[in-house]
Design a protein around this ligand. Structure first.
Ligand code: ACO
Ligand code: ZN
Length: 175
């Protein structure tokens, strides 16, 4: 698929000068690489069908970062949840950040920033009211990242994680 390859090469952006990185939509062939990163970088693992359902339903905001050797070095995935309002028939859509990770050798280069920026633009097209996420209260790195994107802590979900750690429930208005 020559055209596809050309597009990919053209889209390489020098996020930090030294390590050229391409941000693009995840495909079925990329899932293995995504799962590998998730298992290495985060304690929360998901079954294959979970990734597949995000890929099938929310592909445009399921993005990966690829290095110039074609290896997946980061990913972000979202889902859109329809929440009925308690006091009306109105349904509100929330963009829920399911997971983001960047492998260790590629951190602090702006890759997560690029993944969030591009995927939030895509999620917005689904007419959402808010972006929401959970993050471990000890995960200062990720909390810093989310604050840069104007997320603020709305509540604490106690013992949210299997090991008993609490989560901050963070929200950003989509406007
Ligand atoms: N210390 C403090 N703040 C940090 C650090 C750090 N080591 N790394 C990133 N940040 C914050 C800073 O605010 C930074 O902005 P700055 O560089 O202007 O100061 C901002 O994040 C953006 O940095 P990026 O380079 O874009 O982030 P990176 O590509 O390194 O990825 C990530 C950040 C995804 C959190 C990465 O550290 C990672 O994969 N961690 C392990 C997985 C993880 O914790 N994922 C989030 C779980 S919660 C969820 O998925 C809903
Ligand atoms: Zn969640």
């Amino acid at each position: 698929m020559g055209t596809d390859k050309d597009t990919r090469t053209m889209n390489f952006n020098n996020i930090n000068g030294s390590k050229p990185i391409l941000i693009r939509c995840c495909t079925l062939e990329d899932l293995e690489g995504v799962i590998e990163i998730n298992e290495k970088e985060l304690p929360e693992d998901y079954p294959y069908f979970f990734y597949k359902s995000i890929l099938d339903n929310f592909n445009e905001s399921f993005l990966i970062a690829v290095d110039n050797n074609g290896n997946v070095v980061g990913y972000i995935m979202w889902r859109v949840e329809k929440i009925p309002a308690i006091d009306s028939l109105k349904i509100s859509n929330k963009g829920h950040l399911v997971s983001i990770a960047v492998i260790k050798g590629f951190r602090r280069l702006g890759i997560a920033t690029a993944l969030l920026t591009q995927s939030m633009q895509e999620i917005k097209k689904r007419i959402i009211d808010q972006f929401v996420l959970e993050v471990r209260v000890s995960n200062y790195t990720a909390i810093n990242l989310y604050k840069k994107f104007n997320f603020s802590t709305q509540s604490i979900k106690y013992k949210y994680y299997r090991d008993g750690e609490n989560a901050y429930f963070m929200v950003c208005q989509a406007k």
